[in-house]
Design a binder for this molecule. Structure first.
Ligand code: ADP
Ligand code: MG
Length: 595
């Protein structure tokens, strides 16, 4: 089967994944790393290295190492130019070519992990990317040998990864994405089953890198080396070592209170030993994270919304792992953000899910959103009575009212069925419940049966005797999801195969029930009034009843004949029925003493 990759082509980091056996997974390189730095080194010997290897080369060769190239691909309107520490033209390359190198590396990681060639991909871009920037991304994909099936907005991909596509129509969410070099906040709304970006704001010069630089400068000040220059005046190789150590310490402080930074022989044979606490880091980072507030407020106001209109706020980007960032988001949006996904993997996961949907390999997952087979109960005569038809979107609720088919029945057995066949016996029984009710004449009981399926596919069957208001509840787990795909397909194909005979069987059962109702009624009427009708009427009624009886007991089910015989018996008893009604009225009037 041909696979479609999902790719997060990030400013700082990139990831690639694929849907494997129905599950979205991210693919790791030969050293088990799922995150590839978006860095490309153009060696003086002409060799091109990408990712971790390129970052290692940066310390020695900053001018030949391209990072954050995505910023050159697209800027927000009105933002100033960013001056990179390298000259692309001198390196004989372009932003699209550099992006293509990163994509080639991701493709190679995927092909190695999957042991097959892959030629198709879905790639994410920031929501604010315009047509030209989206085309440039697509072009980069093509240069890497990938047909770009779709370009997806990063916040939309993140929302998919968080499972928010299950949000109801008009549900609104905020996506707060603080990465390595950029900050984006987007407000999305679910419309006709797809996300629309209502507003987007942010800053392409605001990210975790800023914190790394601030921490690096602090470490240098704290080192206390004698005769050392200012941080800004340091050779770039030393700055890079400090920044790398700063980032490691920063990450550690997301989960720990203290980090020890040691850099042997950093400056003229002197080594650096500094302890940094989370409180110290947060003091540096607070003004930085507060810069995101204004963009969040702007996005909300552009979307003409307030905090209260949002169903969820989701966190995306590695920097949102910092506790102080989460605290700020909590204050800005006045709610607990959703942190159920890995923030640095959410966009990639969403791209993978989108790729899976496009290539059809996620059909299983999509089926979870609808009932794969009809759900119903068995009714009198062994027929399937559908309450929730197949392909109904869940969650859903439906019900019907049932009555007793025979007099003096004291309870009703409800068999809960799943399947597409007309006869109860051909469908699968999921469970049964017994509903007791006070005995009475035929048709006197009123039992309401309600089926409710929640978002997890759990079916709850509630039966209520409306006379006593007593409920009987049955819960059935995973009806919508437990059915293995092949069995569903088989059930559906069987139902098509047997549609004709099933239909005949249903019509026969209905005709039989009608006959079984008619015959005793006729016998009863004849017993009361038999002597008061003309002999020829009596003879024709007897003849018609005999025909019905013989058709009922015949080995072969002649549906047409039985229906016709029922009809004739009905007609032959017209006069009898009129007499019966008249007699009943006379009797009741007599009882009341009118006659
Ligand atoms: P981008 O979308 O910009 O490509 P990411 O979402 O991968 O980037 O975010 C990268 C940033 O996240 C880096 O600045 C990195 O230092 C930061 N980061 C990653 N993990 C953590 C962590 N545990 N604590 C704090 N920052 C982190
Ligand atoms: Mg990102």
């Amino acid at each position: 089967m041909s696979l479609t990759l999902g790719i997060d082509l990030g400013t700082t980091n990139s990831l690639v994944g694929v849907v494997d056996s129905g599950f979205p997974i991210l693919l790791a390189d030969e050293e088990g790393r799922r995150i590839t730095p978006s860095a490309v080194n153009y060696g003086s010997d002409g060799a091109v290295t990408v990712g971790h290897a390129a970052l290692r080369a940066r310390a020695l060769d900053p001018a030949r190492t391209v990072t954050s190239v995505k910023r050159l691909l697209g800027r927000r309107a009105g933002e100033g130019d960013w001056r990179p520490p390298y000259d692309l033209r001198a390196l004989g390359t372009s932003p699209v070519d550099v992006s293509a190198e990163i994509l080639k590396r991701l493709r190679a990681i995927a092909e190695r992990a999957l042991e097959q060639t892959v030629t198709r991909a879905v790639i994410t871009v920031p929501a604010y990317f315009n047509d030209a920037q989206r085309s440039a991304t697509k072009k980069a994909g093509e240069l890497a040998g990938l047909t770009v099936e779709r370009i997806v907005s990063e916040p939309t991909a993140a929302a998919l990864a968080y499972g928010l596509d299950k949000l109801g129509e008009q549900g609104k969410i905020a996506v707060y994405d603080l990465g390595g070099g950029t900050f984006d906040v987007s407000i999305l709304e679910m419309r006709d089953g797809v996300f629309q970006v209502l507003a987007t704001a942010g800053d392409t010069q605001l990210g975790g890198d800023d914190v790394d630089r601030m921490v690096a400068a602090l470490l240098w000040r704290r080192a206390g080396f004698t005769d050392a220059p200012d941080y800004e005046a340091l050779p770039s190789a030393i700055q890079v070592r400090l920044i790398e150590a700063a980032e490691i310490a920063k990450k550690k402080l997301s989960t720990e209170d203290e980090a020890l930074i040691e850099l042997p022989f950093l400056w003229e044979k002197q080594s650096l030993h500094v302890t940094l606490t989370r409180a110290e880091l947060e003091k540096l980072a607070l003004p930085w994270v507060e810069r995101t507030r204004i963009h969040c407020l702007r996005a909300l106001s552009d979307a003409r919304l307030t905090n209260a209109d949002l169903a969820e706020v989701i966190l995306v980007g590695g920097s949102t792992r910092m506790p102080i960032v989460r605290q700020s988001v909590r204050e800005i949006f006045q709610r607990e953000p959703n942190i159920s996904q890995n923030p640095d993997e959410a966009v990639a996961m969403g791209a993978v899910i989108q790729a899976g949907i496009l290539s059809g390999s996620l059909r299983n997952v999509l089926l979870l959103d609808v009932t794969p087979l009809s759900l119903g109960i068995e009714t009198f005569g062994g027929l399937m009575n559908i309450i929730i038809p197949r392909n109904t979107t869940i969650p859903c609720k439906a019900g019907e009212m049932f009555t007793n088919a025979v007099a003096n029945q004291a309870d009703m057995l409800i068999r809960v069925l799943q399947g597409e066949r007309e006869l109860a016996k051909d469908n699968w029984e999921l469970g049964r419940i017994d509903v007791p009710f006070p005995p009475g004449p035929k048709g006197s009981a009123r039992v309401g049966v309600q089926f409710a399926i929640d978002a997890n596919g759990i079916l709850e069957v509630l039966a209520r005797d409306t006379a006593t208001n007593r409920d009987v509840v049955l819960e059935i787990q995973n009806t919508a999801v437990d059915v293995a795909d092949e069995r569903v397909e088989q059930m559906i194909s069987e139902s098509v195969e047997h549609a004709f005979e099933d239909m005949n069987e249903r019509i026969w059962t209905e005709a039989r029930l009608k006959a079984e109702e008619l015959l005793p009624a006729v016998d009863q009427a004849l017993a009361v009034l038999g002597s008061e009708i003309p002999a020829e009427d009596r003879a024709s009624i007897d003849a018609c009843a005999a025909t019905v009886k013989s058709l009922l007991t015949a080995a072969a089910h002649d549906v047409k004949a039985l229906k016709a015989a029922n009809q004739q018996l009905d007609e032959a008893t017209q006069n009898l029925a009129v007499l019966l009604v008249e007699k009943a009225m006379e009797e009741s009037l007599a009882r009341k003493g009118v006659l």
